[in-house]
Design a binder for this molecule. Sequence first.
Ligand code: AMP
Length: 523
Amino acid sequence: MNLANLLARSATMAGRSPAVFLGKQQLSDYATLVRRAATLGHALQQRYRLAPGERVGLFMSNDPAVLEILFGCWWAGLAVVPINPKLHPREAHYILSHSAASLAFVTRDIGDPLAAAQLPLPGLLDIVAVDSDAYAALLGGEPLAKPADRGPHDLAWLFYTSGTTGNPKGVMLTHRNLLTMTLCYFVDVDSARAQDAALYAAPMSHGAGLYALPHVAVGARHVVPESRGFDAAEIFALARHHRDVSMFAAPTMVRRMVEHAAARSEDVSGVKTVVYGGGPMYVEDIQHALSVMGPRFVQIYGQGESPMTITALSRAHLMDLAHPRYLERIGSVGVAQTAVEVRVTDADGRTLPLGETGEVVVRGDTVMAGYWLDEAATAHTLRDGWLFTGDMGSLDDDGFLTLRDRSKDVIISGGSNIYPREVEEVLLRHPAVAEVSVIGRKDPEWGEVVVAFVVAREGATADPGSMDEFCCQHIARFKRPKEYRVVGALPKNHYGKVLKTELRARLHAAAADDSSTPDGKQK
Ligand code: AMP
């Protein structure tokens, strides 16, 4: 089924329901939204002669027009290529050219620098700014009566991975993938309802935008903050105004919201649900979040290759404080979502016994069709019908999956595996530590040794001796860091994920410096 039918159905059922808001201001109801999408779809076919299956890039800050463009493209049978607005024009250029996009929609703040860079894009017919006359003209015609026929395996969304190593890869997500993701939202994540408001504080090119789908399916409201991004004060003000607000947030955003709410005794009653995921949420942090904001959280674990849909840790699990394994559970990523099977395997793909750590593999209708124009990477990642996630984890006998780390982040020291996350969880409980990231450094004697990069809490001193003692009290000696580096901030990518590659590069550079000094001493 074409995803555009989700919008068509909601508009038929409740055309006068409010649909899109910028801040507090309503811009359209569902009847208007569907007419704009269907008209845009018609213009894409007529004016640009785009044929089903062609790709259309969106290089846009969060904007109310994102929704009509997504659905307009699907209406015409096209595939969308949303690009993270924080990317450099050169990175956006790579994605537009790799996907052979025929057209790109932009917001001027990031579209103008892209156009000014004048990078060659031979296949691109036009770059259309959404506040231009050209865009308005596309919406001035007649709507296309019904969405183009699309099969379950047709491409809907080409999702470029964050690419912390090498070029980003284009994950091919089909209409079936995203429809299944949508249905899993209702079963495993939250009960979206027409009275809810989806708030877009995280980039709509990724998780937040994907979760527009369940909210369109139930005819809910869609709110783009005027800041177009993340601002804790604005979020709470909008939540108080709109009520029943749901949003997707990366763990760093949750942390900032919670700090803000705690510092100002903020009224958080307008927030219905914060779905968090995309990176590790430490036990300490989620406990604090629950104590400040109450039962408003749900965790999901997914990756572009199985979008938003591998496991979920429900509101009920997060609130089951009396459960004997409560702390273990809130440190996990929950249980397999309804439409997928999850296993933990050894290097040869054999299922490991419960409790043992191995690679997490996933099978189900949310799993991508493959990587765009990259057969080798597809064959490496999709094997025997299973998606090899590259994440290491273990399952318990209640089905809860605990993630350790990406397989490439595991530290092997003296032949033993050390999972950085475990060391990070311990150090975060130290009173002087605000943030921490643990990586391995090559070592002639041990193979690798553990190094912790630590950001101290404001006004506190992160003393290596005290952190070392703290680790000895909580984890095996061999897991404790051999070195602590206190830094002002951790390097993070556009999604707030710590860039361990960058930390490794720093260690590498420091080692090179040391080896050129006569005594080669560690700093
Ligand atoms: P991306 O494809 O950019 O969304 O990144 C997906 C990766 O983020 C996953 O493979 C995990 O390594 C990590 N990730 C996603 N969700 C979670 C979560 N809830 N907890 C820990 N790591 C996560």
